[in-house]
Design a protein around this ligand. Structure first.
Ligand code: MN
Length: 175
């Protein structure tokens, strides 16, 4: 999947998506390998598992925030947004969430510090926190884990990857 974002000052932004969709009906089954078919089923399962979840999205970049909100709400995930770590901590104080998607680089309070402060609180020791990071290098991954994040999703976000990673860690409290 390719996502192109065009931003013009004072004119807003345009998102363009190029996506390839595979078909999984019986008729086409013969042309798709068993592995691909399983992968497709897993993606669909993972995406449907996430429906109805309530997630806190912490992201300072307006365009990335809009894009992530779109991908989450499209899958019927309820999203509340925060623009930095400090805002996230304030929101977590009086609202319940099934998980947190945390950008790493943010002004005021970055994602690492915010995650450390979340983990310091007993009631949040098990809340899933998934890093959103533009840099998928090994060193950053270690830094994510060290700060207490469970996993990470690389930016630009690939919808399938996001759903699969989220489904691995986040599930509804009431199920
Ligand atoms: Mn950022």
């Amino acid at each position: 999947m390719i996502i192109v974002v065009e931003s013009k000052k004072n004119q807003g932004s345009t998102f363009r998506f190029t996506a390839q969709f595979e078909r999984f009906n019986e008729k086409d089954g013969a042309t798709i390998s068993g592995y691909e078919r399983l992968q497709g089923e897993k993606r669909a399962q993972d995406a449907s598992k996430l429906k109805g979840l309530r997630v806190l999205l912490v992201e300072d970049d307006e365009i990335n925030q809009e894009l992530a909100v779109e991908l989450l709400t499209r899958n019927r995930i309820e999203v509340v947004t925060a623009n930095n770590g400090q805002e996230a901590l304030a929101i977590l104080k009086d609202q319940e969430f099934d998980g947190v998607l945390m950008d790493c680089q943010m002004p005021i309070m970055d994602g690492y510090e915010a995650t450390r402060k979340i983990r310091e609180q007993e009631k949040f020791k098990d809340i899933p926190v998934i890093a959103l990071t533009a840099n998928a290098m090994a060193g950053d991954r270690e830094k994510d884990l060290e700060a207490g994040m469970n996993d990470h999703i690389a930016k630009p976000i690939k919808p399938d990857e996001m759903y699969i990673t989220m489904a691995k860690w986040i599930s509804a409290n009431d199920e």
